[in-house]
Ligand binder design. Sequence first.
Ligand code: ZN
Length: 510
Amino acid sequence: MKNAWEPFATQLIGSGYACSAEKQEGVYQDSLVVNAEAALFLTRTQSGKKLIVLGRKESSLFTDIVAEETGNILDVPYKVAALSHPNAVTMRNYFPFMKPVPFGRESFSMGLGDRLGIASPGHLRCLKGTQIRPVLAQQSIRELTLTERTYKDVLDAASWAVLQEGFHEGFGADGDHLKKPEEVKMALDLGYSMITLDCSEKIDNTVNALSASEVAQQYAKLAPALKQEMESEYLGKTFLVGKIPITFDAESLQRTVLTYGATLAFIKEIHTTFIAPRAAEIDFELSIDETETPTTAEAHYFMAAEMKKAGIELTSVAPRFCGEFQKAIDYIGDLAQFEAEFVVHSAIADHFGYRLSIHSGSDKFKVFPIIGKYTGGRVHVKTAGTNWLEALRVVCRVDPGFFRKICAHSRMRFPDAAKFYHVTTDLKKIPDAETLPDAALERMLNEEDARQLLHITYGYILTDKDAQGAPLFRERLYQLWDENEDAYADVLIKHIGHHVKTLKSLMNKG
Ligand code: ZN
């Protein structure tokens, strides 16, 4: 759309000057958007990023934007506005590309959760021009608590990032690992386009350790009607997924029903109450990955079949794969076994029409070729917040002394953080940052044990305070990242680019 203000806005952008009494530090060239009555773009000032609006004073968009400063430049009315929540809401109403959208069951998408609220520009620059759809907002409740952010902040940061980068192809927002009804409601009310329902608390992991006779005893106690229904549908039957047979004998059926029975009721309740009544389409993902019990072929098939029977259309499912998907390091486990099981999980997903979702996908370079090969790119891969480590890489390069202090604090906080994450970090293998020369300091971000240490302690680094109650690191960190925005985008392009390349390496060759 063209309007009277666009040429003027373009002229201002070109000259790098964009109104405001404050000193300008540059304009985001790709951020220009126009509607019938206004032209808008983003600029950098000494007090952060601002939205500039030029347009007809009486127009609704011009009026709706809450300004910090108003004036005229060469007789054109302008407003300088903060990137606030009310302004984000207004902008999403006028410019729908700033709203998250569902990606459905066919796409290749990546979850690129942005813990700090500053990583999305780099992620977008990396994925621009690829077929991969970005889920920019992806935060679990645990991550929110650790970073002292809200779902509003997370979504707004994503919306402003797509505006800044001129990315109009659509992004997703994932309420990740939600476990409670009120969390699902909150994410949907804010406009999140995806819900990842975490069923881990409903899965009975004790069944795994029971003998066949103990399983039979427990199963015998279930309601007769339930047993009858399950047996008539599954017992002794063989189901073909692609060319792969999946058979339920008495023991495998009993184990599956005992392990996942409570999970089914929970998913149905959430779906009926929150997902089904919404007019808008929602990507609905089932996560059974954060549990001790690896998902068997029978269990995966059973869950999918029960969902289909209940009329629940899943967009994606995250099974618990064999081996370990620990944070920020490569896959640990038997690759041949992983491949053999992945083929089956992938066939089940294809059979029911949804996509597999791979969680904790950061740095899992050993398994990416397998994932690419069998899914052909019809898959969702969630990266696990390693953009935080890349942000520390910028700190390490720009201010090594400050980075050493962070390393020391992280080591002190490790015992607290290790309670929340399953990691095998060996502190003895981590070099002492104090003794490393500047040139060798990035070892802290390249070696597995050091990476895990800095990865899982992020909440403490961001929120710990000194005796006077002032943040130890947070303010200096954000200032440093703000001053080095392009350097941060560049390390992310390299980091995520490596993921994309490896995922695509065997695609279409399977
Ligand atoms: Zn997960």
